[in-house]
Write a protein that binds this ligand. Structure first.
Ligand code: SD4
Length: 329
């Protein structure tokens, strides 16, 4: 049986390549490599200080892995880390004390897989990849996603660590509002460009801490938490998903790049849209969103609503943390 990926690959080949027509202008954060020779620069970039993830990703590329392998390997790092309390194992639970996970992955040909409201599986990004590669669907949710994961050989386990349980119990005692604001974040969005010039992306999270049971955020929504167009570039998001979903930030960034914006300009415009439309809410709850964009030249940009956002960049033999500029104080 022809699987969905091989179908998409054939369709993409039949459609032929389209030039990106990229125009670059001065950027406020001078960090992107410029590639005058147009040789792809192997690059792995991620939201927040996820240098262990970008390291795992760049090692995949150095060992001959694809951009898809790189983003999956990178995303699996915080997923498996109990000290990262916004992703996978050890993530903050929802209001009922249950860890529910969202993730998506997308390749340079438009193949995509996503899981939402998944429980008990440590590496949702790998389940999302299986949805992409082994089914004709894009998104599986909840119990169905779990049954699919188990059928694919994933193990079910308890993802609520003692640390996360204690924090949840303390929160339950006080019932303080807890959205994704300047103090509460870590979701990983990760983009990779390999030496073939293939650009892929992934995003994985346990979502907003103490969310209502059943809430799904932006992270598994293609075009919101992450989006890739293999002829243009990719983008991903972190922060309060409700703001990202309602402005389709990652899709917007890629479309702006298609129309000539640099990744930096595109990220700034996408943040600007949120601030303009939701200014009162953003200010009242001190909400945070951060974006990251990468084009096929290995140029990247990143920007956030407020201070404190950073990104990790592995490129040209370096793997560094970079602090983001921001729109509000
Ligand atoms: C969500 N975007 O579920 C995620 C949360 C997040 O760092 O990014 N946390 O809304």
């Amino acid at each position: 049986m022809e699987n969905r990926r091989s179908f998409i690959k054939k369709a993409a080949l039949a459609a032929g390549a389209i030039g990106s027509g990229m125009a670059c202008s001065p950027e406020t954060q001078k960090t992107s490599a410029h590639n005058a020779t147009s040789e792809p620069i192997p690059t792995v970039i991620a939201t927040w200080d996820n240098r262990k993830a970008t390291q795992a990703g760049i090692e995949q590329l150095q060992n001959g892995g694809s951009a898809l392998d790189a983003v999956e390997a990178g995303a699996r790092v915080p997923e498996g880390d109990p000290n990262d309390m916004s992703v996978g194992y050890g993530g903050h639970p929802d209001r009922k004390g249950i860890v529910t996970l969202d993730a998506c992955i997308m390749d340079h040909l438009g193949g995509a897989g996503s899981v939402t409201f998944l429980q008990g599986i440590k590496h949702p990004i790998s389940v999302a990849r299986k949805v992409m590669e082994e089914t004709k669907h894009v998104m599986l949710s909840g119990q169905g996603a779990l049954e699919f994961a188990l059928a694919q050989g994933f193990q079910q386990e308890n993802l609520l660590t003692e640390k996360a349980k204690t924090a949840w119990e303390n929160w339950m005692a006080k019932q303080e509002a807890q959205l994704v604001n300047e103090n509460n974040h870590d979701t990983i969005g990760i983009l990779a460009l390999d030496k073939e010039g293939h650009l892929c992306g992934a995003c994985t999270t346990s979502g907003a801490a103490y969310k209502l049971h059943g809430r799904v955020g932006d992270s598994p929504i293609l075009g919101a938490g992450m989006y890739v167009d293999g002829e243009i570039g990719g983008a991903c998001a972190t922060g309060l998903g409700e703001l990202v979903m309602t402005t389709l930030g990652s899709f917007l960034i890629v479309e702006l790049m298609r129309n000539g914006a640099s990744p930096q300009q595109a990220c700034e415009e996408a943040i600007g849209r949120i601030v303009k439309r939701y200014k009162n809410w953003v200010e009242e709850d001190k909400l945070q969103v951060g974006y990251l964009g990468l084009n096929l030249n290995g140029e990247y940009g990143y920007y956030s609503i407020r201070k404190g956002y950073s990104v990790a960049v592995a490129q040209n033999g370096e793997n560094v943390k970079l602090e983001s500029n921001f729109a509000l104080g």
